[in-house]
Write a protein that binds this ligand. Structure first.
Ligand SMILES: C[S@@+](CC[C@H](N)C(=O)[O-])C[C@H]1O[C@@H](n2cnc3c(N)ncnc32)[C@H](O)[C@@H]1O
Length: 262
């Protein structure tokens, strides 16, 4: 998935797919570079659409659960610093996230309270992004895991948390995971009893065959609820070179739920 250098001879970069990677930003100690180099520089507006889709297809159920006095277990899978959780759990729009993450001081606390009673868990490979999210109050719990090759402890923690989850969101991120890893992460959620919802993103025009395979896998295990199409962000110069004539990366936002639980 990521670039790799061939050993010996002339160093060559192997690129399996033509999407820009932002790995150096994900491992920063705070989200200011994420805000400047992704949200600002690339018009990263997709969290407005994630929030709208959540509000249309999942929020009414969450509000009913809250009305019954329940606290829902919420998981942000490949959360990074938690921008989508700010949108969904705190009801913030992209402008408000931008303002909150404008500098190292203001990003230290989430600017708006949660709008639902949630127990939030962030899962990501970036320990720094998760540590930030916990410190700032975005996440109550964090699990640092390479989901493509988790340690035994990380796998057990992910399985437990996914098994207990009522709402899972995974935005702009399944593209980073291999299919067996997606299956391993989703299965404990699928097997659990009770109603439960999953909000996922599929990117266009990147890795479309992989996205199709991911869709088939998810549809095999979960029930389709609804979807939205939207802009995601502007394509980087590298991506525009790889996909001439395209200016915007697009998103499909899908909501699925545990089968037969509606
Ligand atoms: C594009 S960001 C998505 C962040 C956020 N969900 C959003 O929509 O903006 C992808 C995230 O996936 C994480 N990631 C990439 N590979 C991973 C892996 N193998 N296991 C766990 N997390 C991974 C990165 O650290 C990064 O935080």
């Amino acid at each position: 998935m990521s670039d790799s250098k061939e050993k010996g001879g002339k160093a060559a970069i192997k690129t399996e797919e033509k999407k820009q990677h932002f790995d150096d930003i994900y491992v920063q100690k705070d989200p200011v570079a994420f805000k400047e180099r992704i949200i600002d520089a690339l018009d990263y507006i997709s969290d407005d659409f994630n929030r709208q889709t959540f509000d249309r297809l999942i929020l009414p159920w969450c509000e009913r659960q809250a009305g019954d006095g329940k606290t829902l277990n919420y998981v942000d899978l490949c959360s990074c610093f938690g921008n989508t959780t700010l949108a969904i759990a705190h009801g913030m729009n992209v402008e408000q996230i931008r303002e909150n993450w404008k500098d190292t001081e203001s990003c230290r606390r989430v600017a708006q309270p949660r709008r639902l009673p949630l127990r939030t868990t962030g899962i990501d490979i970036s320990g720094n992004a998760l540590a930030y999210g916990k410190e700032a109050g975005v996440f109550d719990e964090i699990i640092e895991a390479d989901l493509n090759a988790p340690s035994a402890d990380a796998r057990a923690a992910v399985e437990r948390t996914m098994g207990e989850a009522d709402v899972v969101i995974s935005t702009a991120s399944l593209v980073y995971l291999q299919l067996p890893a997606i299956e391993a992460v989703i299965d404990p959620f699928v097997r659990s009893p009770g109603e439960g919802y999953l909000l996922v993103n599929f990117l266009n025009p990147f890795a479309l065959e992989k996205a199709d395979a991911t869709k088939r896998l998810l549809l095999d295990k979960l029930e389709f609820v609804g979807s939205t199409a939207s802009r995601h962000r502007r394509m980087s110069a590298l991506e525009q070179g790889n996909y001439p004539g395209e200016e915007w990366a697009l998103l499909e936002l899908w909501v699925l739920r545990r089968k037969g639980k509606a």
